[in-house]
Design a protein around this ligand. Sequence first.
Ligand SMILES: Cc1cc2nc3c(=O)[nH]c(=O)nc-3n(C[C@H](O)[C@H](O)[C@H](O)COP(=O)(O)OP(=O)(O)OC[C@H]3O[C@@H](n4cnc5c(N)ncnc54)[C@H](O)[C@@H]3O)c2cc1C
Length: 386
Amino acid sequence: MDFNLTQEQLQIREEIKKVCKEFPDAYWREIDSKKDYPEAFVRKLSELGWLAALIPEEYGGTGLGITEASIILEEINHSGGVATVCHAQMYTMGTLLRHGNDEQKRRYLPKIASGELRLQAFGVTEPNAGSESTRIQTTATRKGNRYLINGQKIFISRVLQSDLMLLLARTTPYDELKDKTKGLSVFIVDLREAKGKLEVKPLDLMINHHTNSLFFDGVEVPAENLIGEEGMGFRYIIDGWNAERILVAAEAIGDGRWFIERAAKYASERIVFGRPIGSNQGIQFPIAKAYANVEAADLVRYQAATKFDRKEKCGAEANMAKLLASEAAWEAANACLTTHGGYGFAVEYDVERKFRETRLLTVAPVSNNLVLAYLGQHVLGMPKSY
Ligand SMILES: Cc1cc2nc3c(=O)[nH]c(=O)nc-3n(C[C@H](O)[C@H](O)[C@H](O)COP(=O)(O)OP(=O)(O)OC[C@H]3O[C@@H](n4cnc5c(N)ncnc54)[C@H](O)[C@@H]3O)c2cc1C
C-alpha cells in the first residue's frame, strides 16, 4: 500500500496550480455574476493540453490516467475555480475512444486534443425520463445514410460552448424491446450543422452552468456519426460512468479543501469577544470534522482511480468516492459558511458562489440517491427500487 503520489502526479498538481493563479477569485466572481463562460480559462487549459489528458498520445493527447485527470480537475476547484465548465470533455470523449471506430477517432480526437473542436456537451436527460435514462423519448430515425433526430432534452450543459455533442437517442420504440437497456444509440452531433433544426433555450439556474433545454426538429446526423452498434448506446454510456464519478469526486475534494482552508484561515483571524472565533469549539470542530471527512473521501477516490487505471472493476469504489466526496464537500461548505457569519453571504468572499456550485455535485451528473441504489443493489445484493 502506497499512499503517496508519484513525482509526475505532484508535478501535474503544481502545474495546474500555476495556471489557476492566472485566474484568481475575481475572475470567477465576474464570470459568475455575468453568467459568462470562462472562455479564457478553458482556452488556456486546452492550449496547454490539460483537457486532452485522457486522449491517447497517438491521437495528439497526453495519454494520462484517470488519477492524473482527477488531479487536474481537483486543483481547478481547489484554486477557487469550477471544473464543471470543462470536465465533460474528459469523460464524454471516453465513449468515442472506447466505442468509436478508427475513422471517427482519427477525425475527431486530434482536433479535440488540440482544442480546435470542443466536445463539452452530453445529451442524455429528458423531462419525461429523469433519472430513468432507458425511458428517453427523443428518437433517431434512419433515412438512407442519415438519422433524423426529433424530441426534447433538458439540463444539457455547454451546448452553446461546444462544437460537438454526444447524444443518446432512441432507435427502437420502448414497447418493442424485451431488454429495456437496448434500443438506444449514441451519436456525435455536429452542433454547427444542426442550426435551424435545433432550438437551444438557456435555463436560469441557481448556478452559472450554461445549461439548456434542447428541442430537436428533424436534426440530420450522418449515419457515419453513429458510435458503435445501433441499439447499444445505453451500454456505452454506462461504460463511462465510473470515470465520471471519479472525476466528480475529485472536483468535490477540491471544493472541500477550498472551504476548509478558507474557513480555518478566517476562523483564526476574525476576532469577536476579544479572541479568534476559531478558538471556540462550535466553530473549530465542524471545520476539523469536515476536514477528516474530505480526507477519508479522498482515499476512496484514489482507490477508485487506481483500480480504474489498472483496468480492474471499480464500480463500488467509484460510486462510494462520488457519494462521500460530494457529501464531505457539502459539509465543508456549510462549516465554511457558518464560520464566515454574515460575510459568508457577501459575494466578494466567494463562499456563497462555491457553496452554490458544490451543492450541485450531490445531484448531478448523478444524484446520490442513485449512487446509494447502485451500492444497495449491485454491491450489497438488495432488491431493486426501480
Ligand atoms: C446544473 C445541471 C447540469 C446538468 N447537465 C447535464 C448534462 O449536461 N447532460 C445531461 O444529460 N444531464 C444533465 N443534467 C441532468 C442531471 O443529470 C439530472 O438532473 C439528474 O440525473 C437527475 O434527474 P432529474 O433532475 O430528472 O431528477 P428525477 O429523476 O426526477 O429525480 C428527482 C429525485 O428523486 C430521486 N429518485 C428518483 N428515482 C429514485 C429511486 N428509484 N430511488 C431513490 N431516489 C430516486 C432522484 O435521485 C432525485 O433526487 C444536469 C443537471 C443540472 C442540475
